[in-house]
Design a protein around this ligand. Structure first.
Ligand code: SF4
Ligand code: SF4
Length: 227
């Protein structure tokens, strides 16, 4: 049985999706395996889906049109393998050059560089931000958990790129959310959750417990926005 499980709970008078992690040995792959069926689920309300009840693959107001995605490090490395290029080429060909000058790795967007004919061309290796985004109501603790996982993964990509000499360590955004994100990443560079991404080859290698609030509540911002 998967040690991570989805449930519908009542929170402040609303039915919301809630992710439970039942076992301290659970890893990020367990979390993703529990989460994936939401995309195909036609029984839950999705704000932007056709008729509000449809699978994500049928969606025409696709979130990939406007997503700003910093890939987590596992996804970044697997995308490079899938595209048969190295990490630097992935950065040069598929990431936004302006963001890179400002010290941030971000896929070219508007629409996402990997969206072709309304389909994601890197779907099996898409980033955690893409996997976790769902336009339905989530419990507060579930939002918190998935943002902490996604942001730690994205920060690991940034540090990996700096260590590889692909990103200027001194570059930084000037204002706004980008600057907040950059500051957050640098403030928590030594955090074990980011280190776990830097050392892992797969999501199975990363303990889910690293992201549960009790273990690091002082160390992660609670993000307010989605992708
Ligand atoms: S999560 Fe994205 S793809 Fe899925 S229904 Fe919502 S907008 Fe469409
Ligand atoms: S990588 Fe795929 S899922 Fe993510 S925004 Fe791009 S097209 Fe959408």
């Amino acid at each position: 049985m998967n040690p991570a499980r989805l449930a519908i709970i009542n929170e402040e008078g609303k039915a919301v999706i809630h992710l439970d992690i039942l076992d301290s040995q659970a890893n990020l792959q367990d979390v993703l395996d529990a989460w994936q069926p939401l995309c195909d689920d036609r029984t839950i309300y999705k704000t932007y889906a056709r008729g509000h009840y449809d699978a994500c693959r049928a969606c025409t107001s696709n979130c990939c049109d406007a997503a700003d995605v910093t890939p987590d490090l596992i996804s970044f490395q697997k995308m490079a393998v899938t595209l048969k290029i190295d990490g630097l080429s992935l950065l040069q060909q598929y990431c936004d050059p302006v963001s890179r000058q400002e010290g941030l790795i971000r896929l070219k967007s508007g629409p996402c560089v990997f969206l072709h004919h309304r389909q994601c061309t890197v779907y099996p290796v898409r980033s955690l931000l893409c996997r976790f985004y769902i336009c339905t109501e989530l419990s507060a603790s579930t939002q918190d958990l998935i943002y902490r996982i996604s942001l730690a993964g994205a920060a690991a990509t940034q540090f990996f790129a700096v260590e590889s000499g692909w990103l200027d360590e001194a570059a930084r955004p000037e204002t706004g959310f980008d600057l907040m994100f950059w500051n957050y990443m640098h403030q928590f560079k030594q955090h074990p959750a980011i280190d776990a991404f830097l050392r892992a080859a797969n999501y199975q290698d990363i303990p889910a417990a690293l992201f549960q609030k009790e273990s690091n509540k002082a160390c992660f911002i609670q993000a307010q926005s989605h992708i």
